[in-house]
Design a protein around this ligand. Sequence first.
Ligand code: SF4
Length: 418
Amino acid sequence: MKNFEPLFRNADPIISDILNKALSEKEVSPEEGSELYQSSGMDFHLVGLVADELRRRRVGNIVTYVVNRNINFTNVCIKQCGFCAFSRDFREEEGYFLPTEEIVRRAKEAHNLGATEVCIQAGLPPDMEADLYEKICRAIKTEIPNIHIHGFSPEEVLYGARRSETSFEDYLKRLKEAGVNTLPGTAAEILDQNLRDKISPGRISVADWIDIIKTAHKIGINTTSTMMFGHMETPMERTQHIAKIREIQKETGGFTEFVPLDFVHSEAPMYKHQLHEGIKQGASGKDVLLTHAIARIMLNKYIDNIQMSWVKEGQKMSQLLLMWGANDFGGTLINESISTSAGSEHGQLLKPKEIKRIVREIGRIPAERNTNYKILKRFDNSKDVDEKLDEIEDVSKFGSYVELIKIDKYKYQNPRKE
Ligand code: SF4
């Protein structure tokens, strides 16, 4: 075990006490986690060092990634979350809706290129068929039985259950039966009802989010967990959010990872129209580093995998985050729409060979995993053979969000128009 004692001698006593506690594998409270946000100078670097040490203890030097494709099959949504630049009202010209055949075609194309997972999330179209999600899953699994469907956030599960007039549990069982393997733990933002009522009135409540996640875990559907930060929340609201995730994990053990998601502001309605006083342009670089480190420290022993988002942070910041507590690179994505529509400029696809290069540049070992974090291939040396996705020269063939909202054949047909 590394000896941090000499480094702590000149540190702020409050910060060094908390970090010592973390190094002794004791639980760090939301108050203590929030205190770490106040660190500066050498103390700031110590937070990163401790997070990096805990990462090393839990998962070693491997950095994992998954070969996957996002399929956001519609951007039409009945909600108007203040941070969401992806969605369109059903009356708007730019609303699209992919038919099931196109969703399956995209999944097959990705699978043929080595993808093990499709991530399916979308807006909530009005008057949606109650069994639409099940139909999509069945169509995919009929063609590609072994692809992992990581699909439908708690918000979508809530919508599907309401449209079906059934309980969360019954609806989740139906999704499982139709082929859903895991659920994205998105729609969490910050699990604080007052804050949610400001940034996304009408969004799934804290109580329903927790209920759906626990129910999914109970019936054997693992989920991820997320936190959107850098908008209006306080450090304490963040650490209380992380502590809520930790409590759920103690009870169910069903979370596979935790993903801090930095708010992308430029096209987000609540920032563009300055809907709230004091709204920020996302987190600062220092804040992003601290958030990943504090997540690692607070979730130590409960959630081993802290993922950073290359789409939001870019390649170089991602490298830093891997040295500040993160150990997972996320997915190749192929089609990224959510952050791109909000103004992120880091692209929509990272090939496996690029991920491997980024990971090796910081002296770590890349490894491909499946959605449940089983290592599929470890790449210990740099003499890799290109994988199928690496061989695609013209990635524009996959299309983009900006193109998709202009394609006539995918235009959302508004059922409310006579
Ligand atoms: S975040 Fe989801 S629910 Fe909210 S407006 Fe966007 S697509 Fe709709």
